[in-house]
Design a protein around this ligand. Structure first.
Ligand code: FUC
Length: 782
């Protein structure tokens, strides 16, 4: 068999929807209004978000601004903590982890309320919050509102255009609404129309569960307020405006509502801002409206779509045809569980939805997606809607490089930049160490202290783990300027571990202490339980990877020779990438403890398998086998994000069928919103992943997992179809996935065999590629 390496200019393969005729338009759709928030459709432009329930009589649109956080900057460091360090370490060396844990809880946690045990809305840590609700109450001429009948109802989200729409008929009149958060003018737009003139009658209100005042000014709704900073109550300020433009009919003010009667067409402009980083947010909020209202809807929508498609259209995926798109998405999800083979386009939809959600929930120069992306309907969001550093924020970023949305990694780098200074204080306060450190949680205010409870809050790995995401942007792009920019962050993180590691006398290895393996605990020989330990495997693997990357950065940038030598020496003293226990599993701790929860959702000790490239089936087959055993023991059923995590691990182990099993189980439909730490994750009808509750990392982890089944590039070569499930073998095509080294890769397959592929780069380069089991060096094309 011969394989072609087609030499094409990168520019000539720019992918448009037209060129991929076999892929149907990607959409979510429903034939009824949402009855709970988890059925509503998310739109967002990286700052503003809207989720409409598509109500016929009463419609609620949940509004978001990604910067809207309570809490504030604080210093919760316990500057005496380091004084307890020798005692904590001594107890650990004596095997008295339970006593060490007591001491950590007493002297080695954040001062004050910390995260408020995940309910931090009113403490200084704060939480991400809903901005408000736009409420619309419709009336239909000659129709009794208490007995409304509607036909031909269809609510839809087009992933191709990032436009949501609604159509239905009442009393012979067809009504339409369209929604988008413009990537052109940074404003939300809702267009309401009917196919006959003078039919639109509605009341508009704007509210929020707390800390808000709504007024009507210049025929617009204005809601403003100030959130709690957890100290003097004077936290972040915000302003939201809803400006209607009405064709035909009348607009009147009634108390704090706007009343529109007999209109032909209505445009609603949603603008918002906070003083998070924009001092003049009030004038900006008005300015966005002033700019937008001058443009025709057609121009506005065209600009929005063009701006969005420059990202979305970079990647195409086809896994074979399907009949599933004929079903509403909620029914389609159920049908998929019964007969997954009949709908290979559902995984494609989930994959492209993940890309859509990345584009929509973060933007260059602003914030990375939080636990909710940017969509929240509560004041107290679950786990504060924060940035969890023991897998969740990292998982949010896992797809972006490989799915060709590389710039969406940059907001994370900005967030982390802001953690360095506070993290230096934390490093000194707790470890008397150099560099900077962060533990398990952070927020938009630069929180780096340990959490308020040792069992989950004492992980040392947060800062190092987040550096993996920062490094991956370099690995994929080879952008030296970017590397220069983030180098101080990486260096500071490495300096922390370099100065804080201690020698484990039993093994002679240098390890973290005290730390935990996220968020698991174990039985001590005395029958007591503890989480606090020395050298959990994740810390060891992460330190190894970080030191290796910083050494490479020193070489690429030609800087810090002394640091490089020091890290090279330390590398030799670190624990190996994994140790296999007597039961064949990869050990989670230095000791072979029995875990309290054998099926724990976290599996951070496989960090070396994913995201780090330390364990691979080829280079470390024994550790790969031990990783598989570990995963078997953990089991598959778990919160949504954890299923996505396991999907990624199995993809890295090249077990496509097992990865696909996890994908199917991730897509189990649910409407449950009760907080869950065990089995039972899935997706809501709107395909947002349920822990439950909604947590967007499962979407991003699942998207990354699908990409990882199709292409991998972490082991020194580009591996095409490394974890292909039988279900996808018949035929398929990929365009525009990325590989490390700044390669763009396209390929097609039939009957499980790659039939054609292209490796593209800006300048021709030699690169190793594995295709159909054969590894060879090829030259990429210009
Ligand atoms: C960790 C996980 C939970 C949840 C939360 C946001 O605490 O253990 O399952 O994902 O983060």
């Amino acid at each position: 068999m011969t394989y072609k390496l087609i030499t094409t200019f990168l520019l000539t393969i720019s992918i448009t929807t037209n060129s991929v005729a076999q892929v149907k338009p990607q959409r979510l759709w429903f034939n009824k209004p949402a009855t709970q928030w988890e059925e509503t459709i998310p739109v967002g432009n990286g700052r503003l978000g809207m989720m409409s329930d598509g109500g016929v009589l009463r419609e609620n649109v949940v509004l978001n601004d990604i910067t809207l956080w309570s809490g504030g900057v604080q210093d919760a460091n316990n500057y005496e903590a380091h004084k307890s360090l020798p005692d904590i370490r001594k107890l650990l060396l004596e095997g008295k982890n339970d006593e060490a844990q007591q001491l950590v809880n007493k002297n080695f946690v954040a001062k004050g309320a910390g995260s408020g045990h995940g309910d931090g809305a009113d403490v200084p840590f704060g939480c991400y919050q809903v901005l408000g609700n736009l409420r619309m109450q419709f009336a239909y001429k000659g129709v009794d509102s208490s007995n409304i009948q509607f036909q031909n109802y269809k609510r839809e989200l087009s992933l191709n255009d990032a436009v949501a729409s609604l159509v239905y008929t009442v009393n012979g009149v067809t009504y339409r609404r369209e929604y988008f958060t413009s990537f052109g003018d940074d404003i939300g737009i809702i267009k309401i129309s009917a196919d006959k003139p003078g039919q639109l009658n509605l009341r508009l209100g704007l509210d929020r569960p707390e800390r808000s005042e709504t007024v009507v000014k210049n025929n617009a709704l204005e809601m403003s307020g100030q959130l709690n900073n957890g100290t003097d109550g004077k936290g972040m300020k915000y302003l939201t405006k809803i400006k209607p433009q009405v064709k035909g009919g009348e607009l009147a003010v009634s108390d704090k509502q706007l009343v529109i009667t007999d209109a032909d067409e209505i445009m609603l402009y949603f603008s918002a801002g906070t003083d998070f980083k924009t001092k003049n947010f009030e004038t900006e909020t008005q300015r966005w409206i002033d700019v937008a209202v001058k443009k025709s809807y057609i121009v506005q929508k065209r600009n929005h779509i063009a701006n969005y498609q420059q990202f979305f259209n970079r990647t195409m995926l086809y896994l074979g045809g399907s009949k599933g798109d004929n079903l509403p998405t909620d029914q389609r999800l159920s049908a998929f569980q019964k007969d997954p083979g009949s709908d290979n386009e559902l995984p494609v939809l989930f994959f492209q939805y993940g890309r859509y959600l990345s584009i929509s929930s973060t933007r260059v120069g602003l914030l990375p997606p939080n636990l909710q992306g940017l969509w929240a309907n509560q004041i107290q969001t679950p786990w504060n809607g924060d940035y969890h550093l023991d897998v969740n924020i990292q998982m949010n970023q896992w797809p972006v490089e490989v799915v060709n949305l590389s710039e969406f990694n940059l907001p994370l780098a900005d967030l982390v930049k802001g953690m360095v200074k506070p993290g230096e204080k934390t490093a000194k306060a707790y470890y008397n160490a150099d560099g900077w450190v962060a533990h398990v949680i952070t927020n938009v205010w630069g929180f780096t202290e340990p959490g308020e409870e040792a069992s989950w809050g004492a992980s040392n790995a947060g800062s190092g783990w987040i550096c993996n995401n920062l490094w991956e942007h370099y690995a994929f792009t080879l952008d030296k300027n970017y590397l220069k920019d983030i180098y101080p962050i990486l260096k500071g993180a490495a300096e922390f571990y370099n100065s804080a590691l201690v020698k484990d006398p039993k093994t002679g290895w240098l390890v973290t202490a005290p730390s935990i393996s996220p968020e698991n605990s174990f039985y001590l020989p005395n029958g007591k339980t503890a989480a606090i330990c020395m050298g959990p495997t994740v810390d060891n693997q992460m330190t190894r990877e970080l030191f290796t990357n910083v050494i490479t950065a020193c070489e690429v940038l030609g800087v810090d020779g002394a640091l490089k030598t020091s890290l090279q020496n330390k590398l030799k003293q670190l624990p190996p990438p994994g140790v296999v226990g007597s039961d064949g599993r990869l050990m989670e701790w230095l000791e072979e403890y029995k875990e309290v929860e054998p099926k724990h959702r976290h599996i951070a000790h496989l960090y070396g398998l994913f995201p780090a490239p330390l364990i691979t089936p080829e280079k470390t087959p024994e550790l790969a086998a031990a990783s598989a055993k570990t995963l078997e023991a953990r089991g598959d059923d778990s919160p949504g994000w954890s299923k996505a995590y396991k999907l990624l691990f199995w993809a890295r182990l090249h077990d496509g069928n097992r990865a696909n099993k996890l994908l199917k189980e991730l897509l189990v439909p649910t409407l449950d919103t009760n907080m869950n730490y065990g089995a039972g994750g899935g997706v809501y009808p709107n395909m947002l992943v349920a822990g439950p509750p909604f947590q967007i990392d499962g979407n991003f982890g699942g998207t990354a997992g699908i990409a990882e089944m199709l292409i991998q590039s972490h082991d020194g070569y580009i591996d095409i179809l490394p974890a292909m499930p039988d279900a996808w073998k018949a035929s398929g095509e990929v365009k525009g996935l990325k590989a490390r080294g700044n390669f763009t890769v396209n390929f097609k397959w039939e009957n499980g065999k790659v039939t054609d592929y292209q490796v593209l780069s800006k300048t021709p380069q030699k690169v190793w590629v594995k295709v159909n089991g054969e590894k060879k060096e090829v030259t990429s094309t210009h």
